[in-house]
Design a protein around this ligand. Structure first.
Ligand SMILES: [Zn+2]
Ligand SMILES: [Zn+2]
Length: 295
């Protein structure tokens, strides 16, 4: 294994067997990670949404229900250890999952249960819902979320507050796509007003306090946002605060695996970031390591 030490993705590897909006089998995703030249690849499938009202239209169309999601996630978690072993001479695979913040009243306990039950090595903290309304799915849902909050600025503030609460409650090792609110938000106005910036800075404070690694998520490139998540201003503030960064390709098909990582490396360097924080297996634990971005 001669992959550069910085070439690590800690969020991705969503696969067809376990995710309705992923398009390649897990085995092929992992082979693609080897081909992409990753040193370490974190596999982080979505946690189940355990109430029927949170099913995606596509899942309903496929005939999936909550028990489908729960069963598939269980199969995913149980299959990972064998894959780590099978790929051990080619790539370091890490076993994780991407959390959900729904149902709002019980997600913290649920996600903790998944982490413990399946002995996941780490979790990716993501917020895809504000007050149980999806903010990264259908545009109509996003408009409903804005209406419920009283406009884009109020929604964005509420979004960052939700991320901060999640971070303090679950202490995720990795915090994903920090400014996901940009995905649909940019169509409706500024997502970096002073009030939004203040809320985002409080969220960064929560990430620093809990030792989370901030993911630079390359899906921003393939979704036409021009920049990865998070935007430059957030990267620069986080960097000044001493928060560590990692990469995530958020891959949902083999073509996504490794996509935009070199560009994201240049992006970090251009924003004054000289190293990334990676997770490495030491015995049965994961430890954080800081590795330079220039090899
Ligand atoms: Zn997904
Ligand atoms: Zn996500």
């Amino acid at each position: 294994m001669s992959a550069p030490r910085w070439k690590v993705s800690l969020h991705g590897g969503h696969s067809q067997e376990y995710c309705d909006h992923a398009y390649s089998p897990l085995q092929e995703m992992l082979e693609a990670a080897v081909r992409a030249g990753y040193h370490t690849f974190g596999v982080t499938e979505h946690a189940p949404r355990v109430e029927a009202r949170f099913l995606y239209p596509n899942e309903v169309a496929l005939g999936w229900d909550v028990s489908t999601l729960v069963t598939r996630f269980d199969e995913y978690a149980r299959r990972l250890p064998a894959l780590v072993t099978a790929f051990a001479d080619r790539i370091h695979l890490l076993r994780g999952f991407e959390i959900e913040v729904v149902p709002a009243a019980s997600y913290v306990q649920l996600m903790e249960e998944y982490r413990t039950r399946y002995r996941f090595e780490y979790i990716v903290g993501s917020v895809h819902y504000v007050d149980e309304i999806s903010i990264d799915g259908e545009l109509q849902e996003f408009e409903r979320a804005m209406e419920a909050c009283g406009g884009l600025e109020a929604l964005a503030v509420r979004y960052y507050q939700t991320v901060a609460q999640m971070v303090l409650a679950l202490k995720p090792e990795v915090v994903a796509h920090l400014d996901l609110i940009r995905l649909h938000g940019h169509r409706f106005g500024a997502v970096d007003t002073p009030a939004i910036r203040r809320a985002a800075e409080e969220t960064l404070e929560a990430i620093r306090a809990t030792g989370g690694i901030l993911e630079v998520n390359t899906a921003g490139y393939r979704k036409g946002l021009g920049e990865p998540y998070p935007a430059s201003w957030l990267v620069q503030i986080a960097n000044r605060m001493g928060i560590g960064f990692c990469f995530g390709d958020d891959s949902h098909r083999v073509e996504h695996v490794g996509f935009g990582i070199e560009q994201a490396r240049q992006y970090l360097l251009a924003n004054g970031v000289r190293s990334v924080t990676v997770l490495a297996r030491e015995g049965t634990d994961l430890v954080r390591q800081t590795v330079p971005l220039e090899d």
